[in-house]
Every structure is written in C-alpha cells, then in structure tokens.
Write a protein that binds this ligand. Structure first.
Ligand code: MG
Length: 157
C-alpha cells in the first residue's frame, strides 16, 4: 500500500457558485481558476498522484494548456484513476477536508461522495468528505478563498 496527500486553494471571485467534489454548490461568489476550480477534486488528484510519485496536477494538466480552460475537474479525476489502474493500483480510501467559512459543505457531502466514488470506480464508503472552518482566522476565515486537504491510501490490486 502507498499513501498520498494533497492540498489545494482557490481565491473567491465573481460568481454565484463553487464546484466542490463535482457538485455545483450555490454561493455568493465563484472562484478564480483556469479550470472549474474544484478544490476538492484538485486536492484528491494531487493525493492520488502523490501516492504513486507521479508529480502533481499542474504537471499533468498545466494551466498554460488551453485544453483545460474551464475544464470539468472530474475529467482530471478520471484521468488520474486511469493512471492508477494502469500501474496496478486501486483506491483503498480517501479522506478529504474542505476548509471554508461558507458555503456549507454538509448538505452536499453525500452527492460529492457518490460522484467521486463513481469516477474512481469504488464503493461510496471508501470516500470521506468532511468540512471545517478556521474560526474566522486566516484567508479562509476572512472568506477570501476556499481550501481542501486530501489523504489517500492506494492498494496494489
Ligand atoms: Mg486547484
């Protein structure tokens, strides 16, 4: 088995929703990003790539590549899942924490888990989505942006 961790941040900007775990979550702001700015899926991809020492999301899906402008980050997850499978690995479990004051993540966690599990081809009980605030401290506390942490265990199939 191998372990991986990922972290991602996007600043809030103009908009009326944020993408989190593939789910469109209504919010008074959007995020500034080249892709859809889904911090949950970006942290998850970095954790999966990290587990196999395959570099990071920026290496595989560079912001300089126009292909990925406005990209649905679920595409990244599916591509990374294929990289894992090609190397004989499957996901053991993923534990993801979203860090923000708003929007509320809890009401959308079940939908995120379902989408992520589907894209990775695993049972939903292998995917955990949690959320925390930073008690109004720091950039997330000031509602300037949103962050996510992901930890994964991958198993040789
Ligand atoms: Mg990102």
């Amino acid at each position: 088995m191998r372990i991986g961790q990922g972290f991602d941040v996007h600043a809030f900007g103009e908009g009326d929703h944020v993408m989190l775990g593939g789910v469109r979550v209504p919010h008074g702001q959007g995020v500034l990003a080249h892709s859809d700015g889904d911090v949950v899926l970006h942290a998850l991809c970095d954790a999966l790539l990290g587990a196999l020492a395959l570099g990071d999301i920026g290496k595989h899906f560079p912001p300089s590549d126009e292909t990925w402008r406005g990209a649905d980050s679920r595409v990244f997850v599916r591509e990374v899942a294929a990289m894992l499978a090609a190397r004989g690995y499957t996901l053991g479990n993923a534990d993801i924490t979203v860090i923000c004051e708003a929007p509320k993540v809890g009401p959308h966690a079940a939908a995120m888990r379902t989408l992520i599990a589907g894209d990775l081809g695993v049972d939903v009980d292998r995917i955990s989505i949690k959320a925390t605030t930073t008690e109004t401290l720091g950039f997330t506390g000031r509602r300037e942006g949103i962050a996510a942490l992901a930890t994964v265990l991958v198993l040789r199939a």
